[in-house]
Design a protein around this ligand. Sequence first.
Ligand SMILES: [Fe+2]
Length: 289
Amino acid sequence: MRPDVTPFHHAGTGTWSYVVADPATATAAIIDPVLDYDWKSGRTSTASADAVAAHCRDHGLQVCWILETHAHADHLSAAQHLKALLGGEVAIGRGIRSVQLTFKRLFGLSDFVPDGHQFDRLLEEDEQLPLGELSIRVLGTPGHTSDSISYVVGDAAFIGDTLFMPDGGSARCDFPGGDADELYRSVQKIFALPAETRVFVCHDYSPGGRAPLCQTSVAEQRRANIHIRDGVDAASFVNLRTQRDATLDVPNLIIPSVEVNIRAGHLPPPDADGVQYLRVPLNVFGKRR
Ligand SMILES: [Fe+2]
């Protein structure tokens, strides 16, 4: 049960998006697609997502699912653009509702209803989604965020922001709802997958200046991940993760990203003048300087 996996690298945010396809039926899912956003001008672009769409069209793929691993804080989702072009249902973990509630409050979004209805499907732990003759299994992997899930398709696992490549370690746990202890337990679930499982990460920041990479294996993570590998206990990991998180800056695009991503990739509704606006809460994110 080996799906075809095509990665797409988004250089501006270090994000990896994927098209995963059942070769027997040309049925596909898109995972974590990126909408380009220029902070200085406030302008969006679909160039990166259009490359994903072109791949799907060129290969005759029928897109059934557009899947988010979590509400990202570093890039805007292109889920709605791709849904409009290609079809498919936009899905995310059921935990999105608590993330929506948290950020509704932080952004002061009085009209926003945090019940997950913005998505076509809210996914549960162990739920199976059909993908032609294959199926997509949902693995609950919270910790980076409370809504984080991973997707297991045949011998491939798309692990969102849990682990990075072995030389990149693990994802931060200091966003609202993040929890390093929980991430440790989630990683043990990933480690329990077959050793030869192909593991696809959501980000790579090219540690040491090497070229961006997206694929490793469960065996390699268990052997060599610089933050969590076999033999690292929960307390040591939580300690390392907490110390490291204290040094990290707020992601560049957290404000536009979260506000769009809790809306399932819809931009906010337009004001009376027809213009769509984002809200910038002052002195809410980051540390006091
Ligand atoms: Fe993330």
